[in-house]
Design a protein around this ligand. Structure first.
Ligand code: 5AD
Ligand code: SF4
Length: 310
């Protein structure tokens, strides 16, 4: 899809027309099945300084934690018993012990589920080791395709580095997932077309889009949240532009719209939900943004049913 066409779909096409086109493409390409990924937020340690995120290194109001291998495996067993089809191991970006994580991946593979990693930008050797240990997918959101905004939000880092890391993961044989936020301060809505074009160009297997939500202990604490209606429109356009991709209804969407956010995401072309299996006593410390909802397996069942999916 070209930029002009994407912009027209995003900002001109009536919502009902856009939603129906996305639903038709979804039905043709993906059927009615919703994939359920079990999310385990195994550590909130992070060395980065992203201005929007509560896990940023300078935030001292957070108690930092790391699950041990037994805690991760117990959470993974619970998720598999509940019927999830993939385990997603997520953390902040920190100097995780590569051999240790390879062992965890290997142990989860013994439960006969695929493993997805979401651990930030990590050294090539570690990423290769985890791929050998059996991790098949890697999520690394590009966050925004506006290079200037990217640099302003991520002190000391560039969009080019981010894209290079995604290409490296691809070369190592991972399926890759990207994604982006909308409504960040300084965010130009037109740059959403570039986000979609970048995801298209990278040929990502997954793309997660969510509204920005302020977190009290960050420099962006006072900023308003991103718009839910535009998030749904972006999902629908992503479905048309990347018909092959898996599109999650994000936890951020569920946080701003706790009753219907997940089901609306599915209706807008989404086909993935990601309930959390992080042990209860750590959940409060994974404060990426304020009032972060915990999507449970129960919420997933309700949303799938409400959207008339399987
Ligand atoms: N609001 C919404 N999403 C956020 N993320 C981080 N901080 C926020 C926020 N304040 C998302 C980013 C990141 C993932 C860890 O969570 O997209 O990739
Ligand atoms: Fe760390 Fe990710 Fe939050 Fe950035 S978005 S501060 S890398 S956890």
């Amino acid at each position: 899809m070209r930029r002009a066409e994407i912009l027209h779909l995003l900002f001109e096409t009536p919502w009902e027309e856009l939603r129906q086109r996305a639903a038709a493409t979804l039905a043709r390409e993906k059927g009615s099945h919703v994939f359920v990924r079990g999310l385990i937020e195994f550590s909130n340690q992070c060395r980065r300084n992203c201005r929007y995120c509560g896990l940023r290194a300078p935030n001292r109001k957070l108690t930092r934690y790391a699950l041990d291998a037994d805690e991760i495996l117990a959470a993974a067993r619970e998720a598999v018993a509940g019927g999830v089809d993939t385990i997603v191991l997520q953390s902040g970006e920190y100097a995780v012990d590569a051999a240790w994580l390879a062992g965890v991946i290997d142990a989860i593979r013994c439960l006969a589920v695929p493993v997805t990693l979401s651990v930030g930008e990590q050294p090539a050797a570690a990423c290769a080791l985890w791929r050998e240990a059996g991790a098949e997918r890697f999520l690394l959101k590009h966050e925004t395709a506006d290079a200037d905004l990217y640099a302003a939000l991520h002190p000391g880092h560039t969009l080019a580095e981010r894209v290079a890391q995604l290409r490296l993961l691809r070369r190592l044989g991972y399926e890759i997932g990207s994604g982006f936020m909308l409504g960040l301060p300084g965010h130009r809505p037109e740059s959403l077309a570039d986000d979609i074009l970048l995801a298209q160009e990278l040929g990502v297997e997954m793309c997660g889009v969510g509204p920005f939500i302020a977190q009290a202990d960050t420099p962006l604490a006072a900023q308003p949240s991103g718009p839910v209606d535009l998030t749904l429109r972006v999902m629908a356009v992503l479905r048309l532009a990347l018909p092959w991709a898996n599109l999650p209804a994000t936890t951020a969407l569920a946080t701003l719209d706790p009753n219907t956010g997940q089901a609306e995401g599915l209706r807008a072309g989404g086909n993935v939900l990601m309930p959390s299996f992080t042990p209860p006593r750590y959940r409060q410390e994974y404060r990426i943004y304020d009032d972060k909802n915990r999507v449970s397996l129960q919420d997933v069942r309700k949303a799938v049913e409400a959207a008339g999916r399987s």
